[in-house]
Design a protein around this ligand. Structure first.
Ligand SMILES: [Fe+2]
Length: 192
């Protein structure tokens, strides 16, 4: 079995920015009612769904690059952290887990592809289009890639990300996990 990279389509130079907000808030309204504890995955999904609709906090941060996946910290406290991510079809996280954190993703614009690895079978893969969201527990392992050159997504994790596991296969097929910082850009690792 090989952990096969998801094929990318041709890169388009057409970028479609999200609408500029008419007003800006220091704290998105949906964050004012956080319970002050670690959130369940279903609560995280509800949070990203609501925050996806509250564009004032994050829409000015939207930017796209084929060289680096653009990501911005929207909010972080002791129990939850929230990120804005912008994707092109060159964007690929590689296989990773989220250590002890549960998470949720809401796609605001464009489309993401989420893949889950399977031994001895084709990896599971699904497209997550704008207006859709999903959540997962700390046992989840996946890979996210941009399916369009203008994809924007909001991500929430609880407890806040601190370390993540990034996976690669050695040339003789041994799966390895590398612990990386939440501040590092996830990307496919070269087999070593
Ligand atoms: Fe992830």
């Amino acid at each position: 079995m090989t952990l096969t990279a998801i094929a990318h389509g041709p890169i388009s130079s057409e970028l479609i920015p999200v609408k500029t907000p008419a007003m800006r808030h220091d704290v998105p309204p949906c964050l004012e009612s956080l319970p002050g504890r670690v959130l369940e995955s279903t609560e995280l999904r509800d949070l990203v769904d609501r925050l996806a609709g509250e564009t004032a906090r994050w829409s000015e941060q939207v930017a796209f690059s084929d060289e680096h996946r653009h990501y911005v910290s929207v909010y972080r406290d002791a129990f939850v952290d929230i990120w804005l991510l912008c994707w092109t079809r060159a964007s690929d996280t590689g296989w990773h887990d989220h250590d002890v954190s549960s998470g949720a993703v809401a796609v605001v614009q464009g489309t993401l592809v989420e893949s889950n690895p399977r031994f001895g079978r084709r990896h599971r893969s699904r497209r997550v289009a704008a207006g859709s969201s999903f959540s997962f527990g700390s046992d989840h392992l996946h890979r996210l890639t941009g399916a369009t050159d203008d994809t924007v997504s909001v991500h929430a994790y609880s407890p806040p990300l601190w370390r993540l596991g990034q996976y690669t296969l050695t040339p003789d097929g041994v799966l390895r996990r590398m612990s990386v910082s939440y501040a590092d850009e996830l990307r496919p690792l070269e087999a070593g």
